[in-house]
Design a protein around this ligand. Structure first.
Ligand code: SAM
Length: 286
């Protein structure tokens, strides 16, 4: 249900921070958005419907949380910083949110369990920069999210949305493709944050599709990806040689790659996620 909710302005954000004696932590990626238009842009991109449930990682002082609640979503906000998490309900209530419309979980998003996320939820978040990729992969791996809109460092957004054949294509691009199609929706100026970070940000949309295969296949596929990109300039026949010999000691890496439909002379950066999965499947045919 849409609620009569007011958003946070720059002055109020400073006031709340002062009342908490908060010195924004670099380690926790604490750059707070003090521009309501940016929060509304994230909400528009999420195409929220009234009945939607949203998981927000790192609500901070509540700027985006209020914009999500105003759009009618029910929000589960996961915040690692105890001071911010315990202050958040007060801020949300003072701005017109009802207690039934939000839940605050005080924990590291990497420790979030699937039963804490409602089936079909959206992930909408201004993510802490230093953990944005592992957090995205962790949340997607729980198979509860239907789509996502996240704000991340522009360089990370470029890597997540990169396609095979480009120099930005790497481990995050290949792994996220297991779960979703990632696309950059917009750039965001560093000026919308307090404190102003040294890097630009981008908005990334993730259209979630069914996982490509079983969890066991995913684990081995991710191992193949990590190994192949560990020596990304080498041809796969040599970058994957030792991994292949662990699984199939009696076959050459050329044979294994060819029977997976992959040219042994290719490099990791030209392989689609389906190709890495094909290699993982061949490795299991002991
Ligand atoms: N959403 C707020 C906004 O847009 O103003 C704050 C975003 S700030 C970039 C990132 C937030 O994530 C901070 O509040 C920080 O304390 C929190 N955070 C950092 N690491 C976290 C983790 N591992 N799990 C949950 N929250 C985390």
């Amino acid at each position: 249900m849409r609620q009569e909710i007011s958003l946070l302005g720059a002055k109020e954000i400073r006031e709340i921070a002062t009342s908490l004696d908060l010195v924004p932590s670099k380690g926790l990626g604490q750059n707070f958005v003090h521009d309501a238009n940016t929060c509304e842009k994230l909400v528009r991109l999420a195409e929220l419907k009234d009945s939607d449930r949203v998981v927000e990682i790192g609500p901070g002082l509540g700027s985006l949380t209020l914009a999500l609640l105003r759009a009618g979503a029910a929000v589960t906000a996961v915040e690692i910083d105890k001071r911010l998490a315990s202050r958040l309900p007060q801020t949300l209530r003072e701005h017109g949110a009802t207690d039934e419309s939000f839940e605050v979980i005080t924990k590291d998003a990497m420790q979030l369990r699937s039963e804490e996320i409602a089936e079909g939820s959206l992930l909408v978040a201004n993510l802490p920069y230093n953990v944005s990729v592992p957090v995205i992969l962790h949340i997607l791996s729980m198979a509860r999210i239907s789509r996502a809109v996240v704000m991340v460092q522009s360089e990370v957004a470029t890597r997540l949305a990169a396609q095979p054949g480009s120099k930005e294509y790497g481990v995050p691009s290949a792994k996220v493709a297991w779960f979703a199609d990632a696309a950059i929706a917009d750039r965001v100026s560093a000026k919308v944050f307090w404190p102003v970070p040294r890097v630009d940000s981008s908005l990334l949309t993730l259209r979630v599709h069914p996982p490509l295969s079983s969890e066991a296949d995913r684990e081995l596929t991710f191992k193949v990806i990590d190994t192949a990109f560990n020596q990304r300039r080498k041809m796969l026949r040599s970058s994957l040689e030792s991994l292949i010999s662990q699984y199939l000691p009696n076959q050459s890496s050329e044979e294994v790659l060819e029977s997976s439909g992959i040219k042994p002379t290719e490099r990791a950066e030209s392989i689609q996620i389906e190709g890495f999965l094909a290699i993982a499947k061949t490795l299991q045919k002991r």
